[in-house]
Design a protein around this ligand. Structure first.
Ligand code: ZN
Length: 501
């Protein structure tokens, strides 16, 4: 058995190295690669991905996993890393083996074509250019779900890839509770006098923006010996190992807040990746599992901490030193209200903290209807606009600011969207638990100190890597189930105060 485990570990180490090499190429592609490198880079990455997939799904891995059945046990102890490794590897192996190789290839090919068509369609605001590709992807996605298998709802099979163990019915129930409270709150805010954020829309020197972001990164504990920040068109985080984590941001000369909160968001993902224990490094126990849990870590720092009044008690004077003209006469209250301005808008990624979730409800309901064949692709733009009107009270003027805005469906990522809202919910539930255990956290944040909170997230969340799904982790941390109550209460208290409702 010792030999089987050693051999399995060797194979996994190779797969992890191939994945890391692909991640380095991907990071470089988004940051420093000259445009001319694109075609060769696509070939190199496809080859690495294929080699990793072949090595991981080889029949030999199945034989080793069979030989290690006893070592795995039924419900392995969280401290038994070998048993956890075998269990996690088996789950990923069985999932990968359920999809026939030609379906995987067809999906990769169809989504590569769809992403090209999507860029073109979005540019031209013309849904018809994307429609035939989406039809093909819906058909292939349904085929994929049938191979993966499900009990009640075809969407369960898709959701499981991004949120293991969670069912469509659970998402529906969670969203219904949120909708009942958030839709009226957004309407009340829309009827209140708007806060003034004009001072945020002036020229802000990008070098000073960068320097301030780096000050905050250091302060919250992002380790610059084991990570770095660069710039890219779309901010992201990637990890080559827990000791080499890359985050990126995007600075806009006339919109300081956009770049700063992108930095904080990715820093939250970065802290998560740096918090994975070294013993899990280079194994599937370190690979991403619940995207909702991942997003809870970025939203924790971006919103719960970064958009709080206490955070800016410490940081506003420092920001004003870098931007004395722009922030002249701006006191804490005015600043706090401006960075929390709420306004129904068309584009998800630019949405505020409160309306953001309504964008997710729209996408969840539409993608479910498409894979259940209750909605035809050709009727999608009209259905999109109707849902935008229902939830946000606004109708996009064209498909570029409507149904064509996101890359996810063209990429073949169906079942992904709910994880964003799940992350929002968990960010507040986990923060509330951290404060229950360490009541000094809010006072420390007001003093620019973040160690207690950061160490808590490392010890209670990051250290488990991929061992627990969202429901298991939440029970482990809070002793109870996933609960949207603290999140709704947080939003209601915060925005009633800001909008004086
Ligand atoms: Zn994120």
């Amino acid at each position: 058995m010792g030999d089987a485990l050693r051999e399995l570990r060797e194979i996994i180490a190779d797969v992890a190295a191939l994945r890391a090499a692909d991640a380095v190429l991907g990071w470089d592609q988004e940051t420093y690669m000259p445009a001319g490198g694109a075609a060769a880079r696509a070939r190199h990455r496809a080859a690495l991905a294929r080699m990793a997939h072949e090595r991981f799904t080889a029949p030999r891995v199945g034989e080793l996993l069979d030989a290690l059945r006893d070592r795995e046990g039924n419900a392995p102890d969280l401290e038994d890393l070998d048993a956890q490794l075998v269990r996690r590897t088996r789950i990923l192996y069985e999932r990968a083996r359920r999809l026939p190789p030609n379906l995987v290839q067809e999906l990769a090919h169809a989504s590569a074509l769809a992403v090209d068509a999507w860029r073109d369609a979005r540019q031209a605001a013309d849904f018809r250019r994307l429609a035939p590709h989406l039809e093909r992807l819906v058909a292939l996605t349904i085929e994929k779900a049938e191979h993966l298998g499900y009990q009640d709802d075809i969407y369960d099979a898709l959701l499981d890839e991004y949120e293991p163990g969670m069912t469509t019915a659970e998402v529906e129930q969670l969203f219904a509770g949120l909708k009942a409270r958030l839709v009226p709150l957004v309407q009340a805010v829309a009827g209140a006098p708007q806060v003034d954020d004009a001072f945020l829309r002036q020229p802000f020197d990008p070098q000073q923006q960068w320097a301030f972001g780096m000050d905050v990164l250091r302060a919250i504990g992002f380790d610059l010996v084991r990570g770095r920040q660069d710039q890219s068109a779309h901010p992201f985080t990637t990890s080559f190992s827990q000791s080499d984590v890359r985050i990126t941001t995007r600075l806009r000369a006339d919109d300081w807040a956009s770049g700063f909160f992108a930095t904080l968001h990715e820093a939250g993902h970065g802290l998560h990746a740096q918090g994975i224990p070294p013993a899990l490094d280079g194994t599937p126990l370190a690979w991403e599992t619940s995207l909702g849990v991942s997003e809870s870590q970025s939203r924790l720092w971006e919103n719960v901490v970064g958009r709080s009044r206490g955070f800016w008690e410490f940081w506003l004077p420092q920001l004003a030193e870098r931007f004395p003209q722009q922030l002249a006469g701006v006191d804490l209250d005015r600043f706090y209200r401006a960075i929390n301005r709420v306004e129904p808008s068309f584009i998800r990624v630019e949405a505020d903290e409160l309306t953001y979730n309504l964008h997710i409800f729209v996408r969840f309901e539409l993608e479910r209807a498409l894979v259940a064949r209750r909605l035809e692709v050709r009727d999608l733009p009209a259905a999109w606009n109707a849902k935008m009107e229902e939830y946000l009270g606004i109708v996009p003027g064209n498909d570029a600011e409507g149904v064509l805005q996101d890359i996810h469906w063209s990429m073949g990522a169906w079942g992904y969207f709910p994880t964003y809202t799940l992350g929002n919910v968990l960010s507040v539930q986990y923060f509330a638990q951290a404060v229950r255990e360490h009541p000094e956290i809010p006072a420390e944040i007001r003093q620019g100190r973040f160690d207690t909170l950061r160490v808590w997230t490392q010890e209670r969340i990051h250290r488990w890597g991929a061992m627990l799904n969202a429901a298991e982790l939440t029970r482990h941390i809070t002793g109870g189930p996933l609960d949207s109550g603290p999140y709704v209460q947080y939003l209601e208290e915060k925005y009633r105060e800001i909008y004086r409702l």
